[in-house]
Design a protein around this ligand. Structure first.
Ligand code: NAD
Length: 264
């Protein structure tokens, strides 16, 4: 057995709503590996829910709207100083106005386009910049992406463009932070039933489609995404950076689905 021991390491997960959140799934694994874990959620209203869901996993909880850069800076400073450094950062934040996901991509307004890119992609740059002074040698950053970053997926619209920007940011940040011994990667997860996923029109159709045609003939679990996040943030992945690792039951490797798998 090759154990992952993160005892004495400090991790912060940005973007947790409940126990189904992919950020929570990674945080849970980091905690099980021995790390100290902080999590952020959005909106004081959901605090009791988040507290209940993260009990025994999150050592610290912070409310954060990631567009509030002063608040972001204060949280990262508080963690970096009180912990004496940060070893793992998880970016699990995405948002696009609903109307931008329902209509045609061509009809996306400038306001909605910028909002989606700001929250879902620029926030990674802001988080990493604020965390930089506190990141220990060997630290890792993981962001969560989706296949629509590279191929057309119906209804994904502006969120697809945000994921493309997120993945490109991963490569640029990896190049800039690499010389300081910090790694930056993305996990591209297949469809998983979460609050954010429910806001994607046609999510159930997508889910059913993957189950039929993916090489493993199923969807992936939160736990599988959590395990890959843990791996990328552990010394086992010390030679991996600037990478997008797919956890999608092999779906992205399919060019033309096996005709036997489609109801046509
Ligand atoms: P989720 O709803 O549990 O998490 C999304 C989080 O983003 C929430 O905690 C929400 O509060 C946070 N967020 C949104 N706007 C914010 C803001 N302005 N400030 C701070 N936080 C904000 O859903 P999830 O599916 O776990 O999403 C996590 C990540 O995984 C997202 O980047 C998502 O795109 C990605 N992802 C999800 C799937 C899937 O099928 N669920 C697949 C691939 C990638």
């Amino acid at each position: 057995m090759v154990p992952i021991d993160l005892t004495g390491k400090n991790a912060v997960v940005f973007g947790v709503t409940n126990e189904r959140s992919l950020g929570f799934a990674i945080g849970k694994k980091l905690k099980a590996a021995g790390a100290r874990v902080a999590m952020t959620y959005q909106g004081e209203r959901v605090r009791p829910l988040v507290e209940r869901a993260t009990r025994g996993v999150a050592d610290r909880l912070f409310e954060l709207d990631v567009t509030d850069e002063e608040r972001l800076r204060a949280i990262v400073r508080e963690l970096g100083q009180s912990w004496g450094g940060i070893d793992a950062v998880v970016h699990a934040i995405a948002f696009a106005p609903r109307r931008a996901m329902e209509g045609k991509y061509l009809e996306t307004t400038k306001e909605d386009w910028l909002k989606a890119l700001e929250i879902s992609a620029y926030s990674l740059v802001a988080i990493v910049r604020e965390a930089m002074p506190y990141l220990n040698e060997g630290a890792g950053v993981v962001a969560l992406s989706y296949y629509a970053a590279e191929k057309y997926v119906p209804k994904y619209n502006v969120m697809a463009i945000a994921k493309s920007a997120l993945e490109a940011s991963v490569r640029y940040l990896a190049a800039e932070l690499g010389p300081r011994g910090v790694r930056v990667n993305a996990v591209s997860a297949g469809p998983v039933r979460t609050v954010a996923a429910r806001s994607i029109p046609g999510f159930t159709l997508l889910w059913d489609h993957v189950e039929k045609v993916a090489p493993l003939r199923r969807n992936v679990s939160q736990e599988e995404v959590g395990n890959t996040g843990l791996f990328l943030l552990s010394p086992l992945a010390a030679g991996i950076t600037g990478e997008v690792v797919y956890v999608d039951a092999g779906y992205h490797t399919i060019g033309i689905p096996d005709p036997g798998t489609l109801d046509v």
